[in-house]
Design a protein around this ligand. Sequence first.
Ligand code: ZN
Length: 525
Amino acid sequence: MYLSDFDLQQLEARNLAKLPVAEKNRLLEKMLGDLIEARERLAANSSTSSRPPSSDPPWSDPRSEAKPEESATEEATVGAGETSPDEPGPAAMPPDPVVMVAPPDDKPEATAPKKPGRQPGAPGHSRILTLAVTDTVLHAPTQCAVCDRPLGDEAFMARTGLYVLELVAGDGQGLRGLKVRHDKHLYGESACVCGHVTRTEPGRCPSEPLWQVSLSEWSLVGPHLVSLMVCLSLRMRLSRRSIQEFLHDWLGVRLSTSTINRCLHEAGRAVEPLEERLVDEVRQASLAYADETSWKEWGKLLWLWVISTSTVSLYLIGYRSAELITNALGGNFAGWLMTDGYKVYRQFRQRLRCWAHLVRKAQGLKESLTGEARLFGEASHALLTELMAAVYQAREGPPTSLADRYRARLEDFRNLCEQHRHSRHEKTRALACEFLNDWEAVWIVLAHPYLPLTNNEAERALRHWVILRRITQGTRTEQGSRALALLISVIETCRKRKHLPWPYLAQVIAERRKGNPAPPILAAA
Ligand SMILES: [Zn+2]
C-alpha cells in the first residue's frame, strides 16, 4: 500500500522525530518504494518506450491535439449542493455525516464541433433509482499507512460513498444466470493508535493521452454491467437507446443513454494497453490476412482495417494510407501477408493475392459485350480455375511445388497480359495491369500450395462490423472510433482463442479502474 496525498498531508504536519525507530524505518521503506515507482512512471514516456518509433499508433492523427482527461471538469459534474468527496479535511476534524455522491456522468467533449446526444447544459440524469439497496459494502483500511498496525472496522468512519449497480452470476459460472445488485459502497478513514489517519477512496486510473472519459471505481455502473453493455452494443448491434430499453425492461436498471455511451468509451479505454500486445503478436505471425472497408465517423470518411492471424484479430480505424498498415505491421514484417490488390500492400515482400477477387473479375470480363474483353476474361478464368484445382490437389499429397510444372503456361499468360496492358477496354486493361503489378504475389502460391488462395479469413472478420456500420451509421467521435476498434479487437481475439470475452472484459475494467495493469488475454484454448 502506497502513501496517499491524504497520508502525506498528515506526515508533513507531524513531528517525524517523535516516531519510534521501528516505525520510522518502515515509513522510510514505504517512501523509498513510492519514490522509485514515481520515478519509473515519470521515465515511462514514449521516448523511452520499448516500441520502435515506426510503431507509433497509426490512428493518432498528428493534426489533432491530445486532450488529457480533466479531473476538475469531472468533479464539477458532481450534483449541485453535494460535496466533492476529494476535499481534504484536517485529520483531527470530526467526520462529516456520510456524503453519498453521484459518480460523474459524461462530460461534454470539447473536440466535437457538434456533439450528438445531450447538449452541454441540458438537464440530465445519470440514473433514476428503481432498485432497493442490496447491501452495504465497507471499504475500511485494513492497516495503518504509516506504522502498518492492523485496523479493525470498529475504528472506521465513513466519509463518502456511492451506489453501484452490478451484475453477478447466479450460478458462479461466467455471467450465466444473471442477477442485479445495487450496493452502497462506503469509503472513509480509520485512526490508528500512532495518531495517523488512513483513508480509503475509490480507485482511479491516472489520465491517459487522447481519452476524455474517466476510468475509475467512481462509477455507478459495475464492470460486469459495463461488459454486458459492450456485448449489447457491439455483438448484438443495439443502439444506445435500445440498450437503455433492454436494461430497463429486463433488469430493472434505468440509465441515461449518455451514461451508457460513457461506459462504452470507458471500456475502450480500459482495454487500450492490450493493443500493444496484439500488435506485437501480429508482427510475429507467419501468416496474416489484411482487409479494409469504409467507415464513417460523424460524416468523415475513414477506413476500418483488420489484420487477422491464427490467434489475433486486430482492428484499426483510420485513414486509408500506407502509414497505417506499416505502423501496424512494422517495417520488417517477415510473414506471409494475404491482401486484396490495394497498392499500399505492395511494400510487403511476402505477399499473397486473393484469387477469389481475380476469378470474379475474370468472370465479369467473360460476360462482356466486347470481344477482346471476352477472350482475355476466358483465358484468365480458365487458367485460375485450372491452377486452383491443381493447388487443392497438391495439398492432398506430400509438400511439393507446382512452379516448374506451370512455368511455360505462366510465361504465355504473362505475354497475354502484356498485350492487353494498354487495351482500350477499361476493365480488360485494369485486370491485365493487376496481374502484372502483382505477378509474384499472385503466383507464389504455386511454389507453396499450403498457403491460402483467398482472403476469406479477413473478409469474414469484417462482415459483422460492416452490418454494424449500416445499422449505426458508424461512430460519432474520435474517441468513439478508438473505443470501438479496441473493443472489437479484444472481443474477436478472445473468440478466436475460444474464450468468452465478457467476464474477461469485466476483469480488465475492474483492474484498470483501480489503476492496475490490464490482465493479459488468455492463450488459445
Ligand atoms: Zn499507525
